[in-house]
Design a protein around this ligand. Structure first.
Ligand code: ADP
Length: 542
C-alpha cells in the first residue's frame, strides 16, 4: 500500500470538491443567522492557511483562538493545521490568570478572537506575547489600536497556494484540560490522531454522521475540539449549525426547529435545561422525531434518557476526556440487547458504553490488577490507543498520569461488565469514602434526578468523624415543584443500601458550573463541606 499520510488538508479539499453546497449556519452575537456553504468555507479556510504562511507562520507554531462556535472558528479548525500550524483553542470561561498561564505555556504566536470577547482578552493580553491579534469583527465597529481585522488577513491570500508537506504525526491542534482537577495541562493532537478519531465519530455504532445530517455542536469548540464533531462532520459533508454564544434551552430549540437539526452534542446540564422546556410545553416545539443527542462530559442520568425517548429524541451516551480526543466509548446497544426488557436496555444505555475501535481499555484496582468484568468491582479506567495522549505538553510522563507500561490513567473510577460496558461511578477525587467503603456520588445523583420534582442534583462528600466521609446532596427543584428531604430520602430507599443514602439534603436555587458546564463540586464542597456551615438551609435526615 502507498504510504499516504492521514492529514487534515485532505478533509478540507474533499469538502470543497464533493460537498460545495452543504450548509454552514451560525448564530452571531447580534442573534442574526449567518449562512454560508462548504464552497465558501473551503475557499476561506485555504485563504487563512495561505495568509498565515505569508504572515510568517512556521511548522508547529501555535495559533490560539478565543471564539464561540461559528463559521470563522470552523475555518480556523482547518486553516491553521493546513498551514502546518497548531490550532490552540482557548476556553473563554477561564479565569484571566489561567488564560495567561495557558497561552504562555503553549507559546502561542498569533491569536484569532471574536470582537465580543475582546473584554476577556484585555484582562490578560498585556501578560501574553501574541505577535499579532486578528479580530473576527462581527459588528463592523472600529477596532482598537494594535488589533487587525481577520477578514483583512484573509484578503492577503491570492488563492494560489500549495499546502506545505505535512507528516501525519505532526501536531494539528492543542487543548488544555479545563483544570477541574488541578492546573491545566496541554494535550497535543496530531493530524493522524484527529483523522482516526473522526472515523470513529462517524461510525454507525458511534454518532453515525452522514452527509444527510444537520449537526449542531453545542459543546464549545474550545472543549476537547467540540468532541471532534467539526472534523467528523466536515469529513462526511454534513451540514453544520453553530449556536454562537446562545446556549440556553430556548435559543437551542429555536435553532433545532428552524434548521431541521438531526444531531447535536453537549453536556447533560444543557440537555436538562432543554428537557425542562420540552416537558413544560410539549406541543410548542415541532422537533423532527429521530433527533439524536450525543451526551458526555458527565454522566447522562437514566431518567433523562427515558424522558427524551418519550419525546422521540434519542440520547447517545459517550465517555471521554481531553486526553482521549475525546470520544473513547459510546453506549450503543449490541443487536442481541435489542431483545432485552426496556429496563435492561435503559440500564445499558445509561452506562458509558464500550471502547471504540483501537481504543484499548482496562479497569484496574488499587493493587494494580484488572478488576473482574462483573459490573460490580470498581477500579480506575486506563486507556491507550492512537488518539490517546502519551504525555502532556512540555512534561515528561509521571506515574500518577501514566502507568509504567504506557497506559493513560484517567482518574475515573468505573465498573466493567461482561459485555465490556463501563459505568463511571466517580472521579477518584469525588468518590465518597464512608467507613472504608466507596459510595458513588454519580449513582446517587442520577437516582435523585429521577425524582419527578428534581431538576438537578449533585452529591459531595462531607467530612465525618465516625465514617470519615458521608454524602450530602445539593438539589435544585423544578420550577413550581415541591419535595422535602424526607420525600427524596424515601425515593432513594430500596434503590441503595441504607448506608449509601445521603445524611443531608440541601435545597438550592442553582448548582455552580465549571467552565465546560459540569457541576462544580469543588465549589459545593467549599460551601457545604463543613458541617454546621449554613445549617439553616440544610435538612438532616434520620
Ligand atoms: P475536565 O477534566 O475539566 O472535566 P474534560 O472535559 O477532559 O475536562 O473531562 C473529562 C472527564 O469528564 C472524564 O475524566 C470524566 O470524569 C468526565 N466524563 C466525561 N464523559 C462522562 C460520562 N459520559 N459520564 C461520566 N463522566 C464523564
Amino acid at each position: 500500500m502507498m504510504d499516504y499520510p492521514l492529514t487534515l488538508p485532505h478533509i478540507l479539499e474533499r469538502a470543497g470538491r464533493y460537498f460545495p453546497k452543504a450548509q454552514i449556519v451560525s448564530r452571531l452575537p447580534d442573534k442574526s443567522l449567518h449562512r454560508t456553504t462548504y464552497r465558501e468555507f473551503h475557499r476561506r479556510a485555504k485563504a487563512l492557511a495561505e495568509s498565515l504562511c505569508k504572515a510568517g507562520l512556521k511548522k508547529g507554531d501555535r495559533v490560539a483562538t478565543l471564539m464561540w462556535n461559528h463559521y470563522a472558528h470552523h475555518e480556523a479548525y482547518f486553516g491553521i493545521p493546513a498551514a502546518g500550524g497548531v490550532l490552540h483553542t482557548l476556553n473563554l470561561r477561564l479565569h484571566p490568570n489561567d488564560l495567561e498561564y495557558i497561552v504562555n505555556n503553549a507559546g502561542d504566536r498569533f491569536l484569532i478572537v471574536d470582537d465580543v470577547l475582546l473584554p476577556v482578552l484585555e484582562q490578560f493580553r498585556s501578560r501574553a506575547n501574541f505577535e499579532r491579534v486578528f479580530v473576527v469583527n462581527h459588528s463592523g465597529a472600529r477596532l482598537p489600536a494594535g488589533l487587525e481585522d481577520y477578514n483583512d488577513l484573509l484578503a492577503t491570500a491570492t488563492g494560489e497556494f500549495a499546502y506545505p508537506r505535512i507528516e501525519e504525526r505532526e501536531a494539528s491542534g492543542m487543548c488544555y484540560t479545563s483544570g477541574t482537577t488541578g492546573r491545566p495541562r496541554g494535550v497535543v493532537y496530531s493530524h493522524r490522531s484527529t483523522v482516526l478519531h473522526s472515523y470513529n465519530c462517524v461510525l454507525a455504532s458511534s454518532m453515525h454522521i452522514a452527509a444527510s445530517d444537520v449537526v449542531v455542536p453545542v459543546v464549545p469548540m474550545f472543549h476537547a475540539n467540540a468532541w471532534g464533531i467539526p472534523y467528523a462532520t466536515t469529513m462526511m459533508g454534513a451540514s453544520l449549525v453553530f449556536p454562537g454564544p446562545y446556549l440556553d434551552g430556548e435559543s437551542l430549540l429555536n435553532l433545532f426547529e428552524s434548521e431541521n437539526v438531526t444531531l447535536s452534542a453537549g453536556v447533560p446540564t444543557v440537555w436538562l435545561a432543554v428537557l425542562q422546556l420540552l416537558e413544560r410545553e410539549p406541543t410548542r416545539w415541532k422537533l423532527a422525531k429521530g433527533l439524536r443527542l450525543a451526551v458526555g462530559g458527565s454522566a447522562a442520568p437514566e431518567s433523562m434518557i427515558r424522558a427524551f425517548d418519550r419525546l422521540g429524541i434519542t440520547v447517545l451516551h459517550a465517555w471521554g476526556m481531553t486526553e482521549t480526543s475525546p470520544v473513547a466509548t459510546v453506549a450503543t446497544l449490541k443487536p442481541e440487547m435489542e431483545r432485552l426488557s426496556a429496563d435492561e436496555r435503559y440500564a445499558y444505555r445509561a452506562k458509558q458504553g464500550y471502547a471504540m475501535p483501537f481504543v484499548e481499555m482496562r479497569v484496574v484496582s488499587d493493587d494494580g490488577k484488572e478488576v473482574a468484568s462483573d459490573g460490580k468491582a470498581m477500579g480506575e479506567i486506563q486507556v491507550r490507543g492512537p488518539y490517546i495522549t502519551g504525555k502532556y505538553f512540555g512534561m515528561e510522563p509521571t506515574p500518577d498520569k501514566f502507568t509504567a507500561d504506557g497506559w493513560l490513567r484517567t482518574g475515573d473510577v468505573a465498573t466493567i461488565d461482561e459485555e465490556g460496558y463501563i459505568r463511571i461511578t466517580d472521579r477518584t477525587k469525588d468518590l465518597i469514602k464512608s467507613g472504608g467503603e466507596w459510595i458513588s456520588s454519580v449513582d446517587l445523583e442520577n437516582a435523585i434526578m429521577g425524582h419527578p420534582a428534581v431538576a438537578e442534583a449533585a452529591v459531595i462528600a462531607i467530612p465525618d468523624p465516625k465514617w470519615d466521609e458521608r454524602p450530602l446532596a445539593v438539589i435544585v427543584l423544578k420550577e413550581g415543584a415541591r419535595a422535602s428531604a424526607g420525600d427524596i430520602n424515601r425515593f432513594l430507599e430500596g434503590k441503595f443500601a441504607k448506608w449509601w443514602l445521603p445524611d443531608e439534603y440541601v435545597f438550592a436555587e442553582s448548582i455552580p458550573r465549571t467552565s465546560t458546564g459540569k457541576f462544580l463540586k469543588s465549589a459545593l464542597r467549599e460551601t457545604y463541606g463543613k458541617r454546621g456551615a449554613g445549617a439553616a438551609a440544610k435538612s438532616k435526615v434520620g
